[in-house]
Design a protein around this ligand. Structure first.
Ligand SMILES: [Zn+2]
Length: 347
Protein backbone atom coordinates (compact mmCIF):
# COMPACT_ATOMS: atom_id res chain seq x y z
CA UNK A 1 0.00 0.00 0.00
CA UNK A 2 1.38 3.37 -1.00
CA UNK A 3 2.24 5.70 1.89
CA UNK A 4 0.32 8.93 1.91
CA UNK A 5 1.16 12.28 3.47
CA UNK A 6 -1.33 13.88 5.86
CA UNK A 7 -4.15 15.42 3.86
CA UNK A 8 -3.30 13.50 0.71
CA UNK A 9 -5.93 11.38 -1.02
CA UNK A 10 -5.61 8.58 -3.56
CA UNK A 11 -7.34 10.93 -5.99
CA UNK A 12 -5.99 14.20 -7.32
CA UNK A 13 -8.08 16.95 -5.71
CA UNK A 14 -7.73 20.75 -5.65
CA UNK A 15 -6.92 20.98 -1.94
CA UNK A 16 -4.33 18.20 -1.85
CA UNK A 17 -1.42 19.10 0.40
CA UNK A 18 -2.92 22.34 1.77
CA UNK A 19 -1.92 22.95 5.37
CA UNK A 20 -4.08 25.19 7.52
CA UNK A 21 -3.52 25.22 11.27
CA UNK A 22 -6.97 25.82 12.74
CA UNK A 23 -5.43 26.65 16.14
CA UNK A 24 -8.19 24.99 18.09
CA UNK A 25 -6.73 25.68 21.54
CA UNK A 26 -6.20 29.37 20.80
CA UNK A 27 -9.55 30.06 19.16
CA UNK A 28 -11.39 28.97 22.29
CA UNK A 29 -10.12 32.08 24.08
CA UNK A 30 -12.74 34.86 23.90
CA UNK A 31 -10.11 37.49 23.00
CA UNK A 32 -8.56 35.43 20.22
CA UNK A 33 -10.48 36.83 17.25
CA UNK A 34 -9.73 40.43 18.28
CA UNK A 35 -6.06 39.57 18.81
CA UNK A 36 -5.81 37.94 15.39
CA UNK A 37 -7.51 40.93 13.77
CA UNK A 38 -5.00 43.28 15.41
CA UNK A 39 -1.98 41.16 14.46
CA UNK A 40 0.09 42.84 11.73
CA UNK A 41 -0.14 40.94 8.48
CA UNK A 42 -3.49 39.21 9.17
CA UNK A 43 -5.37 38.74 5.91
CA UNK A 44 -9.11 38.85 5.18
CA UNK A 45 -10.88 36.62 2.68
CA UNK A 46 -14.07 38.48 1.77
CA UNK A 47 -16.97 36.43 0.43
CA UNK A 48 -19.74 37.76 -1.77
CA UNK A 49 -22.39 35.09 -2.07
CA UNK A 50 -20.39 32.01 -2.92
CA UNK A 51 -17.66 33.94 -4.68
CA UNK A 52 -14.40 35.58 -3.72
CA UNK A 53 -12.37 38.10 -5.68
CA UNK A 54 -9.26 37.11 -7.57
CA UNK A 55 -6.06 39.08 -8.01
CA UNK A 56 -4.41 37.54 -11.02
CA UNK A 57 -4.76 33.80 -10.55
CA UNK A 58 -4.70 33.95 -6.74
CA UNK A 59 -7.50 34.71 -4.33
CA UNK A 60 -7.45 38.34 -3.22
CA UNK A 61 -6.56 38.63 0.46
CA UNK A 62 -7.04 42.07 1.99
CA UNK A 63 -4.99 43.28 4.96
CA UNK A 64 -7.03 43.39 8.16
CA UNK A 65 -7.63 47.01 9.16
CA UNK A 66 -10.11 49.11 11.12
CA UNK A 67 -12.82 47.70 13.37
CA UNK A 68 -13.32 43.94 13.59
CA UNK A 69 -16.28 43.32 11.25
CA UNK A 70 -19.42 41.65 12.59
CA UNK A 71 -19.57 38.00 11.58
CA UNK A 72 -15.81 37.62 11.12
CA UNK A 73 -14.53 34.06 11.64
CA UNK A 74 -10.95 32.84 12.03
CA UNK A 75 -9.84 30.24 9.49
CA UNK A 76 -6.46 29.61 11.08
CA UNK A 77 -2.84 30.21 10.16
CA UNK A 78 -0.96 29.22 7.02
CA UNK A 79 2.68 29.35 6.00
CA UNK A 80 3.47 32.86 4.84
CA UNK A 81 4.99 31.49 1.66
CA UNK A 82 1.61 30.00 0.74
CA UNK A 83 -0.10 33.41 0.55
CA UNK A 84 0.56 36.15 -2.00
CA UNK A 85 2.50 38.92 -0.25
CA UNK A 86 2.74 36.83 2.89
CA UNK A 87 6.54 36.88 2.89
CA UNK A 88 6.61 40.23 4.71
CA UNK A 89 4.88 38.93 7.83
CA UNK A 90 6.42 37.90 11.12
CA UNK A 91 7.10 34.37 12.28
CA UNK A 92 6.60 32.89 8.83
CA UNK A 93 2.89 32.41 9.45
CA UNK A 94 -0.18 34.42 8.48
CA UNK A 95 -3.59 34.38 10.11
CA UNK A 96 -6.60 34.42 7.79
CA UNK A 97 -10.06 35.68 8.75
CA UNK A 98 -13.15 35.43 6.57
CA UNK A 99 -16.05 37.85 6.36
CA UNK A 100 -19.27 37.08 4.49
CA UNK A 101 -20.94 40.15 3.15
CA UNK A 102 -24.64 40.17 3.95
CA UNK A 103 -27.35 40.23 1.39
CA UNK A 104 -28.50 43.80 0.80
CA UNK A 105 -32.09 44.82 0.33
CA UNK A 106 -33.45 43.92 -3.08
CA UNK A 107 -31.21 46.17 -5.11
CA UNK A 108 -30.42 44.03 -8.10
CA UNK A 109 -26.88 43.27 -7.00
CA UNK A 110 -25.34 40.23 -8.64
CA UNK A 111 -26.18 37.04 -6.73
CA UNK A 112 -28.33 39.17 -4.43
CA UNK A 113 -25.20 40.12 -2.51
CA UNK A 114 -23.58 43.51 -2.15
CA UNK A 115 -20.30 43.52 -4.00
CA UNK A 116 -17.61 46.21 -3.88
CA UNK A 117 -18.66 49.41 -5.60
CA UNK A 118 -15.89 49.36 -8.18
CA UNK A 119 -15.53 45.94 -9.74
CA UNK A 120 -14.06 47.16 -13.00
CA UNK A 121 -11.58 44.59 -14.17
CA UNK A 122 -12.32 42.36 -11.18
CA UNK A 123 -12.40 38.65 -11.67
CA UNK A 124 -14.09 36.17 -9.40
CA UNK A 125 -13.61 32.67 -8.12
CA UNK A 126 -16.58 30.35 -7.67
CA UNK A 127 -15.31 27.27 -5.88
CA UNK A 128 -17.42 24.80 -7.83
CA UNK A 129 -15.82 25.92 -11.09
CA UNK A 130 -12.53 27.56 -10.17
CA UNK A 131 -11.34 25.20 -7.44
CA UNK A 132 -9.06 23.26 -9.75
CA UNK A 133 -7.44 26.48 -10.99
CA UNK A 134 -6.55 27.68 -7.49
CA UNK A 135 -3.50 26.78 -5.42
CA UNK A 136 -4.24 24.09 -2.80
CA UNK A 137 -4.19 26.65 0.03
CA UNK A 138 -6.50 29.04 -1.86
CA UNK A 139 -8.92 26.17 -2.58
CA UNK A 140 -8.82 24.99 1.04
CA UNK A 141 -9.33 28.47 2.50
CA UNK A 142 -12.20 29.25 0.12
CA UNK A 143 -13.82 25.91 0.93
CA UNK A 144 -13.49 26.50 4.66
CA UNK A 145 -14.73 30.08 4.39
CA UNK A 146 -17.82 29.04 2.41
CA UNK A 147 -18.56 26.16 4.77
CA UNK A 148 -18.34 28.15 7.98
CA UNK A 149 -20.14 31.28 6.77
CA UNK A 150 -22.96 29.22 5.23
CA UNK A 151 -23.35 27.44 8.57
CA UNK A 152 -23.66 30.78 10.38
CA UNK A 153 -26.24 32.02 7.88
CA UNK A 154 -28.40 28.98 8.69
CA UNK A 155 -27.82 28.74 12.45
CA UNK A 156 -29.16 32.01 13.82
CA UNK A 157 -31.76 30.22 15.96
CA UNK A 158 -31.52 27.33 18.41
CA UNK A 159 -32.79 24.04 16.97
CA UNK A 160 -33.96 22.97 20.43
CA UNK A 161 -35.90 26.01 21.64
CA UNK A 162 -35.93 28.58 18.84
CA UNK A 163 -34.07 31.34 20.71
CA UNK A 164 -31.49 33.48 18.93
CA UNK A 165 -28.03 31.91 19.30
CA UNK A 166 -24.72 33.62 20.10
CA UNK A 167 -21.33 33.10 18.45
CA UNK A 168 -18.38 31.71 20.44
CA UNK A 169 -15.00 30.03 19.81
CA UNK A 170 -13.94 32.72 17.32
CA UNK A 171 -16.84 31.72 15.07
CA UNK A 172 -16.67 27.91 15.49
CA UNK A 173 -19.59 27.37 17.88
CA UNK A 174 -22.98 28.90 18.59
CA UNK A 175 -24.68 28.64 21.94
CA UNK A 176 -28.22 29.24 23.04
CA UNK A 177 -28.49 31.71 25.94
CA UNK A 178 -31.92 30.30 26.82
CA UNK A 179 -31.39 26.51 27.03
CA UNK A 180 -27.60 26.26 26.80
CA UNK A 181 -27.55 24.09 23.67
CA UNK A 182 -24.28 24.21 21.75
CA UNK A 183 -24.14 23.77 17.99
CA UNK A 184 -21.10 23.18 15.81
CA UNK A 185 -20.48 23.47 12.06
CA UNK A 186 -21.02 19.79 11.25
CA UNK A 187 -21.16 18.47 7.71
CA UNK A 188 -23.41 15.91 6.03
CA UNK A 189 -21.59 12.78 4.82
CA UNK A 190 -22.49 11.80 1.27
CA UNK A 191 -21.19 8.81 -0.68
CA UNK A 192 -20.16 9.31 -4.28
CA UNK A 193 -19.40 6.24 -6.32
CA UNK A 194 -17.88 5.31 -9.65
CA UNK A 195 -19.32 1.90 -10.56
CA UNK A 196 -17.08 -0.33 -12.70
CA UNK A 197 -17.65 -3.74 -14.28
CA UNK A 198 -15.40 -6.73 -14.98
CA UNK A 199 -14.48 -5.25 -18.37
CA UNK A 200 -13.33 -2.10 -16.55
CA UNK A 201 -16.08 0.06 -18.03
CA UNK A 202 -17.57 2.89 -15.95
CA UNK A 203 -21.27 3.42 -15.30
CA UNK A 204 -22.41 7.04 -15.30
CA UNK A 205 -25.84 8.55 -14.87
CA UNK A 206 -27.61 11.65 -16.12
CA UNK A 207 -29.96 13.33 -13.66
CA UNK A 208 -33.20 15.02 -14.60
CA UNK A 209 -32.02 18.24 -12.93
CA UNK A 210 -29.11 18.54 -15.37
CA UNK A 211 -29.02 18.88 -19.13
CA UNK A 212 -29.60 15.53 -20.88
CA UNK A 213 -25.98 15.23 -22.03
CA UNK A 214 -24.40 15.63 -18.59
CA UNK A 215 -23.18 12.39 -17.01
CA UNK A 216 -21.65 11.86 -13.59
CA UNK A 217 -21.02 9.32 -10.85
CA UNK A 218 -23.76 8.37 -8.36
CA UNK A 219 -24.12 10.26 -5.10
CA UNK A 220 -26.40 10.34 -2.12
CA UNK A 221 -26.46 11.26 1.54
CA UNK A 222 -25.82 8.79 4.31
CA UNK A 223 -29.14 8.51 6.13
CA UNK A 224 -29.73 8.43 9.87
CA UNK A 225 -28.56 5.15 11.36
CA UNK A 226 -26.77 4.03 8.20
CA UNK A 227 -23.13 3.11 7.55
CA UNK A 228 -21.19 4.51 4.61
CA UNK A 229 -21.06 1.04 3.04
CA UNK A 230 -24.80 0.48 3.35
CA UNK A 231 -25.56 3.95 2.01
CA UNK A 232 -23.31 3.38 -0.98
CA UNK A 233 -24.93 0.06 -1.89
CA UNK A 234 -28.43 1.48 -1.39
CA UNK A 235 -27.87 4.64 -3.41
CA UNK A 236 -26.27 2.87 -6.36
CA UNK A 237 -29.00 0.22 -6.46
CA UNK A 238 -31.76 2.81 -6.13
CA UNK A 239 -30.41 5.16 -8.76
CA UNK A 240 -28.80 2.77 -11.24
CA UNK A 241 -30.21 -0.69 -10.53
CA UNK A 242 -26.87 -2.43 -10.00
CA UNK A 243 -25.67 -4.44 -7.01
CA UNK A 244 -22.09 -3.60 -6.02
CA UNK A 245 -19.23 -5.25 -4.15
CA UNK A 246 -15.51 -4.67 -3.66
CA UNK A 247 -16.00 -1.14 -2.43
CA UNK A 248 -12.78 0.89 -2.32
CA UNK A 249 -12.47 4.24 -0.54
CA UNK A 250 -10.52 6.77 -2.61
CA UNK A 251 -10.69 10.08 -0.77
CA UNK A 252 -12.97 12.84 0.43
CA UNK A 253 -13.82 16.40 -0.48
CA UNK A 254 -15.65 19.09 1.43
CA UNK A 255 -18.39 20.44 -0.84
CA UNK A 256 -19.92 23.37 1.05
CA UNK A 257 -23.11 23.73 -1.03
CA UNK A 258 -24.35 23.90 1.61
CA UNK A 259 -22.53 21.41 3.88
CA UNK A 260 -21.61 18.10 2.28
CA UNK A 261 -18.57 15.92 2.80
CA UNK A 262 -18.23 13.80 -0.32
CA UNK A 263 -16.75 10.34 0.33
CA UNK A 264 -15.40 9.07 -2.98
CA UNK A 265 -15.39 5.35 -3.80
CA UNK A 266 -14.99 2.84 -6.55
CA UNK A 267 -17.29 -0.19 -6.52
CA UNK A 268 -17.61 -3.23 -8.77
CA UNK A 269 -20.77 -4.81 -10.14
CA UNK A 270 -20.83 -8.39 -11.36
CA UNK A 271 -23.98 -7.91 -13.42
CA UNK A 272 -23.73 -4.78 -15.57
CA UNK A 273 -26.91 -5.77 -17.44
CA UNK A 274 -28.93 -4.73 -14.37
CA UNK A 275 -28.16 -1.05 -14.99
CA UNK A 276 -31.27 1.08 -15.47
CA UNK A 277 -32.21 4.59 -14.38
CA UNK A 278 -34.62 5.03 -11.47
CA UNK A 279 -36.77 7.38 -13.56
CA UNK A 280 -37.07 9.68 -10.57
CA UNK A 281 -33.68 11.36 -10.04
CA UNK A 282 -31.84 9.65 -12.90
CA UNK A 283 -33.02 9.94 -16.50
CA UNK A 284 -30.44 7.69 -18.13
CA UNK A 285 -27.53 5.43 -17.20
CA UNK A 286 -24.82 4.43 -19.64
CA UNK A 287 -21.72 2.21 -19.64
CA UNK A 288 -18.59 3.74 -21.16
CA UNK A 289 -15.21 2.36 -22.12
CA UNK A 290 -12.31 4.79 -21.68
CA UNK A 291 -12.21 5.54 -25.38
CA UNK A 292 -15.98 6.01 -25.63
CA UNK A 293 -16.05 8.50 -22.77
CA UNK A 294 -13.01 10.49 -23.91
CA UNK A 295 -14.34 10.70 -27.47
CA UNK A 296 -17.85 11.72 -26.39
CA UNK A 297 -16.50 14.32 -23.93
CA UNK A 298 -14.12 15.83 -26.49
CA UNK A 299 -16.93 16.08 -29.05
CA UNK A 300 -19.30 17.68 -26.56
CA UNK A 301 -21.76 14.80 -26.83
CA UNK A 302 -21.27 14.18 -23.10
CA UNK A 303 -20.73 16.89 -20.47
CA UNK A 304 -18.68 15.96 -17.42
CA UNK A 305 -18.72 17.31 -13.85
CA UNK A 306 -16.40 20.27 -13.24
CA UNK A 307 -12.69 19.73 -12.80
CA UNK A 308 -13.02 20.95 -9.21
CA UNK A 309 -15.28 18.07 -8.19
CA UNK A 310 -14.42 14.71 -6.68
CA UNK A 311 -16.73 13.14 -9.25
CA UNK A 312 -14.42 14.31 -12.03
CA UNK A 313 -11.41 13.11 -10.04
CA UNK A 314 -12.94 9.63 -9.75
CA UNK A 315 -13.72 9.52 -13.47
CA UNK A 316 -10.21 10.67 -14.43
CA UNK A 317 -8.57 8.29 -11.97
CA UNK A 318 -10.42 5.42 -13.67
CA UNK A 319 -9.53 6.83 -17.09
CA UNK A 320 -5.87 7.01 -16.13
CA UNK A 321 -5.33 10.58 -17.31
CA UNK A 322 -7.19 13.91 -17.55
CA UNK A 323 -10.09 13.98 -20.01
CA UNK A 324 -10.40 16.96 -22.32
CA UNK A 325 -14.10 17.77 -22.21
CA UNK A 326 -15.75 20.38 -24.39
CA UNK A 327 -18.03 21.11 -21.42
CA UNK A 328 -15.09 22.49 -19.42
CA UNK A 329 -15.24 25.68 -21.45
CA UNK A 330 -18.92 26.30 -20.72
CA UNK A 331 -19.26 27.15 -17.03
CA UNK A 332 -18.37 30.66 -15.80
CA UNK A 333 -14.64 30.59 -15.36
CA UNK A 334 -12.63 32.21 -12.62
CA UNK A 335 -11.59 34.96 -14.99
CA UNK A 336 -15.03 36.15 -16.04
CA UNK A 337 -14.67 39.91 -15.93
CA UNK A 338 -18.19 40.91 -14.99
CA UNK A 339 -20.40 39.61 -12.18
CA UNK A 340 -22.94 37.22 -13.65
CA UNK A 341 -26.53 38.43 -13.78
CA UNK A 342 -28.81 37.13 -11.07
CA UNK A 343 -29.81 33.56 -11.68
CA UNK A 344 -27.06 32.83 -14.17
CA UNK A 345 -24.45 31.99 -11.61
CA UNK A 346 -24.43 28.22 -11.50
CA UNK A 347 -25.93 26.64 -8.40
ZN1 LIG B 1 -32.11 26.84 22.99
Amino acid sequence: MRRRDPGETLLTLPQDGARIDRLDAERKRPEWLSEVWATPGTRVLNLYGRRAQLSGDRLKYDVAAGELPAGAVTLGAVDAADLPGGEDTQNGRVHVVTVAHPKPEENGAANGVAEPADTTGTSWADLAFAGSQLTPVDAALLTQALAITTWHARSAFCAACGSATEVEVSGWMRTCPNCGAQTFPRTDPAVITAVLDAEDRILLGSAFRWGPDRFSTFAGFVEAGESVEAALAREVEEEAGVVVSEIQYMGSQSWPFPRSLMLGHFALTEDPSMARPDGDEIREVRWFTREELATAAAAGDVSLPTRSSISRALIEDWHGSPIEAASDAQPPRAGSAAPAPRGQQAR
